[in-house]
Design a protein around this ligand. Sequence first.
Ligand code: TYD
Ligand code: MG
Length: 455
Amino acid sequence: MAKARQSFVCQSCGAVTNRWQGRCESCNEWNTIVEENGGAGGGFGPTARVGRGRPFALEALAGDARPAPRIATGIEEFDRVTGGGFVPGSVALLGGEPGIGKSTLLIQACAALARRGERVIYISGEEAAAQVRLRAERLGLSDAPVELAGATQVEDILATCASGKRAALIVIDSIQTMHTEAAESAPGTVTQVRASAQALLRHAKLSGSTVILVGHVTKDGQVAGPRVVEHMVDAVLSFEGDSAHHFRMLRASKNRFGATGEIGVFEMTGAGLAEVANPSALFLAGRDAAAPGAAVLAGMEGQRPMLVEIQALVAPSSLGTPRRAVVGFDSNRLSMILAVLEAHAGLKLGMHDVYLNVAGGLRADEPAADLAAAAALVSSLTGATLPAELLFFGEIALSGSVRPVIHAGARLKEAGKLGFRRAVLPQAQQTNEDDKMSGVALSHCGHVASLVADI
Ligand code: TYD
Ligand code: MG
């Protein structure tokens, strides 16, 4: 009998080698290479022969060009991210750290769909069906006719899904717990994850059911799986948030049927995930406008304007090397802003500890956050409180000049809605008549030196 083909598969990126190595040459991760049996390469088996194929008819794009009807869950924050609902026959991967709320989100989406009369199947490989039902009861969803099962064998799951009415949505929680007879290696390995995902993908395309695969990812991406299926699926959604805070954000990093800029905002409550229709109001709630060191940023999360508070603390240091610490902000950007403030605005910050925090556990990653961060830093240093109805956006260049940013109109509109009366924005920022209608007075700022002089 021929010896089974041995191969070594990186559990992080899925690269295949023919010998064991301590470090994967493809992704440079250590200790991720594991020996797996047979078919690991996902290549063609011995049955593939050149010349066996038959030609098939190609179809033109014109003709029956009606857009496929989407299946909306009715949870607006969710549907916004998927581009208005799921496309029948599509497969999405929902990634996120363990405990962030993926199962909660999906059981709520399933219940919402099931109440609309669709057949919805929720397969849990991690919890027993009774546990899932218990959670649904706690969330007040026990009346929704979602079909639940605790199963891990892909062939069994597909047999169940194929019998009866076509399911509108099948949730697989999680793909790492699934195994298929088509691959020999242990559950959770890259080979199993890929083969299971492939079988589910085939089912989705043939049946027209939408399939959502849940994938756990750890902070350093150590766990096998989700990354190797990203290229196979139609959409990659990620559920993010800080477990210390209640806010959760759903984003699409890939979507074949919609834009990827959209985000959905939720709040984790005792009764499950609640939609946050107006995130800015929530993120600004409870802010202490009378304290120095806080500036409001008119930021963007994808296509959605979001106002957040940036807090700074600048205090004399007792250390030889002063501390610089950030939460929700890039530490390199902070260093750069401090250097620019010293070099071009004459501030002395070399003997001060500097802390910068974005309120609500959010991240302010865009360059447009520079001006608000600088304003918060100056306000904390000088002790001058910034007016409560004032906000900032603009990018700071190394020369100290303030550069224009994108989406000025959307930022100003959101600011106007929330009662802000004045915005400090870049000198060269183009604004139009609509922006003047937002009710926000515009103060153009061309250089950090003039920002410091005004505070
Ligand atoms: P879960 O959906 O199980 O996370 P995941 O599937 O991503 O691993 O959510 C787990 C966390 O959510 C858990 O720590 C408790 C919290 N939670 C609430 O705060 N309220 C709720 O109503 C539910 C169901 C969970
Ligand atoms: Mg879960």
